[in-house]
Design a protein around this ligand. Structure first.
Ligand code: SAM
Length: 652
């Protein structure tokens, strides 16, 4: 296998713009390509200086402007509109499932009813929606989803649910507080329910039963065993503090561009950054399962007031999305998805729509774009053509959504401002190819445990700081997400001045040197010269624990081959001292034993202890020895999993 494959590289680049096997965009591109001819594209067009001039030439040249204008003139709104009869059907089915005791199915069906229901201002529409929410809160209580149930109850009351006459309302609130172990509030709500209950014997019985249960719960609360997910939540608390990372500074070199280095020594487990995205998009297949805005998995979704394609976890997310980007994207969602455009193209559009206006979009992207590498100098004419066409298509969508205000014409020909946004979109698509991050969830294994847990990609986002980490096939950090917030935590010690590196996919333990080079050159357009590439480290399966040992002399950098007789003194060729490696070899054994204890803690789902033991083991290893070393790489991978569990974790 060659370490560079031009056909694969071309394909990798194209799919960052549009799909090759889905949607109409590929065909659109082929028609423009055919009309212009490859010679013109890779000769004249490729040599046009500047992105705006390239876009202008495509709109002016007869060969390109014909198919472009011909296609884009037909751009029109296509989206899933609200559907009352479907909503009604789902509601009845949901209520039936609730009666049968199938709460999971009831939750799904009632959620679908809520998303499909029209949300106008008429009293009937409000009544339907609040009844669905009220019903769903009953289901959520049965599923012990107290937080979501409370939200539904609140929404139902905001829509006019008659609280004052309803003892059931106070009983449900009490149930939610009991589930979330807020016994004081539960007691108050149960008291109010009891006052109002009147002659409803069924509810009176429930209240009596819960009063007894509450008393028992209050007495045993300290003895209760915590759920694994609750324990993970407790771990998250201190990990999720956002802020500037004072541990980093920017370095640059001609062959590596700009990249972060450590401004001081960093230890395993140290937080590096925690960053909110500039823009984040869900993969369309997750529109029904995750919040469009913050990307958390949905328990009790609410919808957009206009379409039924997307869902939100809360009113806050709904409001933010619907008053900014979704207001422009909503009516064109099915067209966008149907075009086959890539998720990266979606993110480019989102950067603009989230800004809300031409002026804000220009302001938001002014300094941003200069910070991202684009590899413009080595981009081919055909690659430019694909990105330019996508930028023009997205600009056309923006024209039609009213992003630029009322237009004097229906035509595609852009005004100066529209062409400027088109140029920004093109710049974004060049940058996103190399700088975007995939957001993932961790799904727990069958016994709700780490064993068998797997990673599922749910969307893509662009982050300002996180874009400045270079790659290493022996990664220095772990990346995980809480919602769409990105966290980087150090896995191994990093000395002041050394590069703080991420991993772009190829890890030396899983892919051999040629596979890694091929992937990195095709997808990120660079040749990797990290230590594991320079020294051609073997795959994990071929690694042993006989690693190099550090010279014990103070500040000596010499590495010795693993000694057969560690007690025998040897002369260091670097510091010239006679040294014994015995102590360092015994520290290496200690590190291996700490890794074993950490793995045992992991088997018991005791993540906090596992992390502490891994950290100590890794500190010990790196102070006396040098990779590769089999147990250390297994430990690093396990620690990566432990940290991932502090991000988005769900049961399957
Ligand atoms: C996310 S950016 C990282 C920041 C980038 N170096 C810059 O100057 O903006 C990814 C790009 O950085 C460069 N890069 C990343 N890791 C590298 C490495 N180990 N050696 C050389 N270049 C690297 C590649 O050009 C890659 O496309």
């Amino acid at each position: 296998m060659e370490d560079f494959d031009p056909t694969y590289t071309k394909k990798c680049s194209t799919i960052t713009v549009f799909s090759l096997d889905r949607g109409f965009f590929c065909e659109f591109y082929e028609s423009v390509r055919e009309s212009c001819g490859v010679e013109w594209i890779n000769g004249t067009f490729a040599n046009i200086e500047g992105d705006r001039a390239k876009l202008r030439s495509l709109l002016d040249e007869d060969a390109s402007s014909g198919p472009i204008l011909g296609t884009l003139e037909h751009v029109t709104a296509i989206y899933k509109q609200k559907d009352f009869s479907e909503a009604l059907k789902r509601r009845y089915e949901g209520e039936r499932k609730l009666q049968e005791g199938n709460h999971l199915a009831a939750r799904i069906l009632l959620s679908q009813a809520i998303i499909k229901a029209p949300q106008g201002s008429s009293e009937n529409e409000k009544k339907f929606l609040r009844e669905c929410l009220w019903k769903r809160s009953e289901v959520l209580i049965a599923l012990e989803e107290s937080e979501a149930a409370l939200k539904d109850i609140k929404l139902a009351t905001d829509l006019g649910f008659p609280v004052k006459q309803s003892p059931e309302y106070f009983w449900r609130i009490a149930k939610c507080y009991m589930l979330s172990k807020d016994f004081r509030k539960a007691k108050v709500s149960l008291g109010l329910a009891e006052k109002l209950v009147g002659s409803d014997t069924r509810l009176r019985e429930k209240i009596e039963k819960d009063k007894e249960e509450l008393e028992i719960l209050e007495n045993v609360k300290t003895l209760q065993k915590k759920d694994f997910l609750d324990e993970l939540k407790a771990l998250k608390k201190d990990a999720f503090t956002e802020g500037p990372s004072e541990k980093l500074e920017i370095n640059s070199s001609s062959n590596k561009g700009n990249y972060f280095v450590a401004s001081r020594d960093i230890n395993p487990g140290d937080d590096i950054i925690c960053e909110a995205p500039i823009a984040a998009c869900l993969l369309p297949e997750n529109y029904g399962s995750h919040c469009l805005h913050c990307q958390v998995r949905l328990v009790a979704p609410i919808g957009c007031s206009n379409c039924c394609s997307v869902a939100f976890c809360s009113q806050e997310c709904q409001m933010t999305a619907c008053t900014t980007y979704h207001r422009f994207e909503c009516q064109f969602l099915d067209l966008l998805i149907g075009s086959g455009m890539s998720i990266l193209s979606f993110v480019a559009l989102r950067v603009i729509t989230a800004a809300g206006s031409y002026e804000k979009a220009v302001e938001n992207t002014k300094n941003l774009l200069d910070g991202f590498c684009r590899h413009s100098g080595i981009r081919s004419g055909e690659d430019y053509l694909q990105r330019c066409l996508m930028a023009i298509f997205l600009m056309r969508i923006l024209q039609k959504t009213g992003f630029f205000g009322r237009r004097t014409t229906e035509g595609v020909e852009p005004t100066t401002k529209e062409l400027h946004i088109c140029e920004i979109l093109l710049n974004l698509m060049e940058s996103l190819q190399f700088n975007a991050h995939e957001i993932y969830d961790t799904l727990l294994g069958p016994q709700h445990s780490i064993v068998g847990s797997k990673v599922v990609y749910i969307g893509v986002a662009i982050y300002q700081k996180a874009s400045l980490f270079n790659h290493d096939c022996f990664p220095a950090v772990v990346r995980y997400f809480s919602g769409n917030k990105l966290h980087l935590t150090a896995l191994r010690p990093i000395r002041a001045g050394d590069a703080v590196t991420e991993n772009y996919g190829p890890v030396f333990t899983k892919q051999d040197f040629l596979q890694r080079q091929r992937n990195l050159r095709s997808r990120y357009w660079f040749h990797c010269e990290c230590l594991s590439c320079r020294e051609k480290w073997p795959l994990l399966a071929d690694l042993s624990n006989r690693c190099r040992i550090r010279c014990p002399s103070f500040q000596c950098e010499k590495l010795f081959a693993h000694p057969d007789l560690p007690e025998k003194k040897i002369k260091c060729t670097q510091c010239k001292s006679h040294v014994s490696l015995l102590e360092n070899v015994s520290q290496l054994k200690r590190a291996e034993s700490l890794y074993r204890k950490a793995a045992e803690a992991m088997d018991k789902n005791d993540i906090a202890s596992a992390i502490d033991l891994f950290k100590e083991g890794l500190q010990t290893f790196f102070s006396v020895a040098h990779p590769p070393h089999r147990d250390t790489h297994v430990a690093l991978e396990s620690m990566r999993v432990c940290y991932s569990l502090q991000g988005n974790v769900y049961r399957k």
